[in-house]
Ligand binder design. Structure first.
Ligand SMILES: [Ca+2]
Ligand SMILES: [Ca+2]
Ligand SMILES: [Ca+2]
Length: 455
């Protein structure tokens, strides 16, 4: 009766200390949120040890696992354990993984090193023996001193090996993680360590802590809006919105591309992966008028990348003055005249008229007469030459400022008949004073023509 009570007490302690934490961990896993750790314990799907003295014997059914040196009297013994990782979600990011072994008894172990290597070959629990033991990789080998005593759970960090196992999973069946445990100086030492196998109550465990993370969705482009026109070589702020199904996740990096090819086969701008939480970048547009495309991709806090955003078009453009002139290039001094221009948007040859903005000639605003831009200039107070050229544009449609002037300067000459009388000499003849005058007559501009009169 007393024995039964003690058994019940042990069972109670077992459930409260072991089973309940497992349920707790399972609950955590189901309610996992980004940045909150969760973990799950996996029992060994299979375990066995092998014996160098009995190379054809299998011990997969035993309640114990052994690691032993060749001079221990037991023969060299190696332990193989495998865990199924099928319950780790495919979007999990492994934070930590540790192997837990319940140590039953040890001899000369705490000063000796053990090697933990990931199993890469296949094996069967009830067939494995010394001669058919599976291959392992020493990549991310864990080296750890043996436990100091028995009667304890002993933990070994195997995070990198579990990550490797998940990364190398070929996608068929379920991912697994297998580990081989051996002594560093296997044949020389008398060390022995005895663990419980999965056939006992305290079988090997693998505790995996992870967070679930989904890749970010493609970012949403904000500005500039599609098909906006900008001056060549202007500095433009491109911005986007980071999207991620994991609430609270944030951007850790972005990449921006701009290309004149819609398939981005030969980008003109490619920032590469830029580590930044900024959701915008300022870039210099190409100097050539034309149609371009830009796109962005992002990475989340766990360095998982999104798809590319949509490709959005952007236009490099400028105002092109394609024609201009004046009625007469030589006009009377007191008369004004009209100068005219015709302008288009260079990208699509659309007419730049008064619905788009204003053209300026020599700093003066021109007016649109329905067909062309007109400037009525006043007469010149000096018979002289004035050079007209387009000095600016106010583009209300796209805010372009750069002008491609194909007309160049227009030169106006003001002219008048110039009469200049210069008294040169005088003398008296028969009581009458006679005077010689020099009179210059000519076009004041561009070149004076003169002649002389005597009166
Ligand atoms: Ca077993
Ligand atoms: Ca995420
Ligand atoms: Ca290109």
């Amino acid at each position: 009766m007393l024995f039964r009570r003690i058994s019940l007490l042990i069972l109670f302690l077992f459930f409260t200390s072991f089973i309940l934490p497992l349920f707790y961990i399972n609950n955590q896993r189901r309610t996992v949120v980004i940045e909150a750790g969760s973990s799950q314990t996996y029992g060994a799907n299979k375990d066995a040890y092998i014996n160098g003295n009995y190379i054809y014997d299998n011990y997969g059914w035993e309640r114990y696992l052994w690691v032993a040196g060749g001079s221990s009297g037991l023969g060299s013994r190696r332990t193989f354990i495998q865990f199924s990782l099928k319950n780790i979600p495919t979007n999990a990011i492994i934070l930590s993984a540790k192997l837990r072994l319940y140590v039953l008894e040890v001899n000369y172990a705490s000063s000796k090193y053990l090697y933990f290597d990931r199993i890469t070959g296949s094996w069967k629990e009830w067939e494995i023996c010394w001669v058919n033991q599976p291959a392992v990789t020493t990549s991310h080998r864990v080296k750890k001193r043996g436990p100091g005593s028995g009667g304890i759970w002993w933990e070994v960090p195997v995070t990198s090996q579990v990550i490797d196992a998940l990364n190398e999973w070929d996608g068929t069946g379920s991912p697994t993680y297998g580990v081989r445990v051996i002594l560093q100086w296997e044949s020389l030492t008398a060390t022995t360590i005895k663990f419980y196998s999965r056939e006992s109550i305290y079988g090997p465990e693998l505790v995996v802590e992870y967070i679930e993370n989904n890749p970010p969705s493609a970012p949403t482009l904000t500005i500039p809006v599609a098909n906006q026109h900008f001056d060549p070589t202007s500095q433009i702020l491109f911005s986007w919105i980071f999207n991620d199904p994991d609430s609270g996740d944030s951007q850790s990096a972005y990449r921006f591309q701009l290309d004149d090819n819609s398939d981005f086969s030969s980008p003109i701008i490619d920032t590469g992966k830029v580590t930044s939480s900024e959701s915008s970048t300022t870039q210099t547009l190409p100097s050539t008028v034309g149609l371009y495309y830009w796109r962005v991709k992002t990475w989340d806090s766990q360095d998982v990348g999104s798809d590319w955003s949509e490709a959005r078009s952007i236009i490099v453009d400028r105002i092109k003055i394609i024609a201009g002139g004046v009625v007469n290039f030589t006009v009377d001094v007191d008369v004004g005249g009209k100068i005219w221009y015709y302008a288009v948007y260079e990208y699509d040859n659309a007419t730049f008229d008064d619905s788009c903005g204003v053209l300026y000639v020599n700093g003066f605003e021109m007016t649109w007469d329905g067909q062309k831009w007109i400037y009525t200039f006043p007469y010149s107070t000096e018979g002289n030459q004035v050079t007209f050229h387009i000095t600016g544009v106010l583009d209300n449609q796209y805010s372009l400022t750069e002008i491609n002037n194909q007309v160049g300067d227009i030169i106006i000459n003001w002219a008048k008949i110039q009469v200049t009388i210069i008294k040169t000499s005088s003398f008296k003849q028969n009581g009458t004073e006679l005077t010689f005058l020099s009179i210059f007559l000519g076009l004041s501009f561009p070149r004076a023509i003169s002649f002389r009169l005597l009166v």
